[in-house]
Design a protein. Structure first.
Length: 161
């Protein structure tokens, strides 16, 4: 009977410690959602802001057929498929940068992408379903008119640019 009581006490201590840790996590998460920080000039590790947090009023979303087809081709190369299976939609775009969504025909899901044109060639600089890392946007000088928010891994916060 004594062993049972000791085991019960240990289980209760672990459960209480878990609840305290979870409450601390939630408090920190809520704080990071409410706090707006400024971008760090120090490069940070790549992490992946949800697309809904990055959309700004549309800039020029008029894509030339060649821009769309070139970005589709880059996505196809990245995901080892034929460009005819790739669909993209621009959220924000100018002559040198694009933010949009992409999917592959016959596959579930899809995600966002950020593309930048360098030396006349489109590059997919970031893509995914998570956050857009500020360091990548800074590295390619992506304007805030294309991507308005990003995630700063140094501070652990979303940044309004």
């Amino acid at each position: 009977m004594r062993v049972f009581k000791i085991i019960l006490v240990v289980i209760l201590i672990i459960a209480v410690a878990g609840l305290i840790a979870y409450a601390g996590y939630l408090a920190g998460f809520n704080k990071s959602q409410q706090t707006k920080a400024t971008a760090s000039s120090t490069p940070t590790a790549i992490q992946t802001v949800s697309l809904q947090n990055t959309v700004t009023p549309k800039t020029s979303t008029t894509a030339t057929a060649s821009d769309e087809s070139l970005i589709k081709q880059k996505m196809a190369e990245k995901f080892d498929t034929d460009a005819s299976r790739v669909s993209i939609e621009f959220t924000n775009k100018d002559d040198n940068y694009a933010l949009g969504t992409a999917g592959i025909e016959g596959e579930m899901g899809g995600g966002w992408f950020v593309a930048a044109k360098q030396d006349g060639e489109w590059l997919i600089i970031a893509d995914g379903n998570g956050v857009i890392e500020c360091a990548v946007l800074e590295e390619y000088d992506v304007p805030n008119t294309i991507v308005a928010e990003c995630f700063n891994t140094a501070t652990g916060e979303n940044i309004t640019r």
